[in-house]
Design a protein around this ligand. Structure first.
Ligand SMILES: [Zn+2]
Length: 417
């Protein structure tokens, strides 16, 4: 056994907790969960007194390099924000800037308890370079979009697959991607589906984020974005669909029948005035619901603790999501969307774990651990982040990323916009 968390409060898969638990890790996998110390000795023992051990959080939809545009254009709706501010700024990005922005994002993720992300951006090989160095898990994609020559996108994707799909024992996976219905065309969808089918990839897309894109699609094709994607075979592979704010009941049936994941991005959706997604309706319809921050340009944080709290509070009506339900969105459901055996503290699962220091004024008294985790804890309460058994962050120290170099690069990058 490599590492043993001892006398810790462990969050279990059924939403209960085990106090004074022992959780052992070996070869990147959780090998022991019990109330007594394991028979096998561990190379390192981590004292969990007054600490909570949770599965690491999964950010199922983000754009890591957009940290460089954090606070760049705020207080406007999505159309204005995207077309008048973000797209022109993104034209100035280079591979090196994307690399720096990704490392900055990964530092924020790791320090706030995220152990895996699903990222969609361009210069994605530079995102992959940053993820590879960081030790983080990620599903990465370069979206097909526009009227551009998709041969170029196919060549890029093929190179990404060859270099990074399955990298470091599956720590990095490459997904196929269509950016969104409103930014692409049927020929591009078909090319992306072919790429996914031939290479056994998952698919990542934006779906019905705003009322406008949804109704314009209905006017153009006589079908909703989900229905038209289904017509062109997009859901023949496992799909992660971000936002889904304006999906209809019929769309929910399509998503459920095709085994897709819908990603809830409550803070970004509220900030860009896109609306509030019907997460409980997705779930009642049998859709796997996960949680994401979206990019830092529309959030403006990558802290999934904020996102969990927002998700739970926004769905607090007659059929509430609950704190435990929100935690599931951010853990095991996110792992399902990425095709990974993770997101739970159970023997045989990947050792993607976070330890939170609960010996703090805003976390006491401790009546209900799960409620405190979702409603009171902050990303900054994370004191240790482990991915596949490897510690990436401990007591404020980044063990895989040169903090000063990245912060220096981020300050410099701000000057180009
Ligand atoms: Zn997005």
């Amino acid at each position: 056994m490599d590492t043993l968390f001892s006398k810790v409060t462990a969050v279990l898969p059924d939403g209960s907790v085990k106090n004074n638990a022992y959780v052992g890790v070996g070869a990147g996998i959780i090998t022991y969960v019990g109330s007594e110390p394991p028979a096998e000795a561990a190379l390192a023992v981590i004292d969990g007194t007054n600490k909570v051990l949770s599965p690491g959080l999964v950010n199922a939809h983000t754009h890591l390099p957009m940290t460089l545009l954090r606070g760049f254009a705020d207080d406007m709706d999505l159309q204005t924000w995207l077309f008048e501010h973000i797209f022109p700024a993104e034209d100035k990005l280079t591979g090196e800037l994307v690399y720096t922005g990704s490392l900055l994002a990964l530092m924020e993720c790791i320090a706030s308890g995220t152990t895996s992300v699903s990222d969609m951006y361009f210069f994605e090989s530079d995102v992959a370079r940053a993820v590879a160095e960081s030790g983080m898990k990620a599903n990465l994609c370069r979206p097909f979009q526009g009227l551009e020559n998709h041969e170029t996108r196919l060549r890029e994707a093929t190179e990404m697959i060859e270099q990074y799909h399955g990298y470091d024992n599956g720590r990095i996976l490459i997904d196929a991607s269509v950016h969104a219905e409103y930014t692409s065309s049927p020929a591009i969808w078909e090319a992306a589906v072919r790429l996914a089918s031939e290479n056994h990839l998952r698919m990542h897309t934006h779906l019905s984020e705003t009322a406008r894109e949804h109704s314009e699609c209905v006017a153009k094709y006589g079908m909703t974005p989900a229905a038209v994607f289904d017509r062109y075979g997009l859901f023949s592979v496992p799909v992660t669909a971000a936002h889904c704010v304006h999906v209809t009941d019929g769309d929910i049936v399509i998503l459920a029948e095709r085994g897709a994941t819908a990603v809830h991005n409550p803070v970004s959706n509220l900030k860009l005035n896109s609306g509030v997604a019907r997460v409980r309706e997705w779930q009642k319809g049998g859709v796997n619901a996960a949680l994401g921050t979206d990019g830092a340009a529309s959030n403006n944080s990558l802290d999934l603790f904020e996102e969990m709290k927002a998700a739970a509070i926004l769905a607090s009506g007659e059929n509430p999501l609950t704190a435990a339900g929100s935690l599931r969105l951010a853990t095991v459901n996110g792992a399902v969307s990425q095709g990974r055996k993770s997101g739970q503290i159970a023997e045989g699962c990947d050792a993607d774990l976070i330890l939170l220091d609960f010996d703090k004024p805003h976390l006491l008294p401790l009546h209900n651990v799960i409620s405190s985790l979702v409603y009171s804890a902050r990303g900054s309460d994370v004191c240790l982040t482990m991915v596949s058994g490897k510690i990436l962050y401990r007591d404020g120290e980044f063990l895989t990323i040169d903090r000063e170099r990245v912060l220096r690069g981020a300050r410099k990058a701000a000057c180009i916009f």
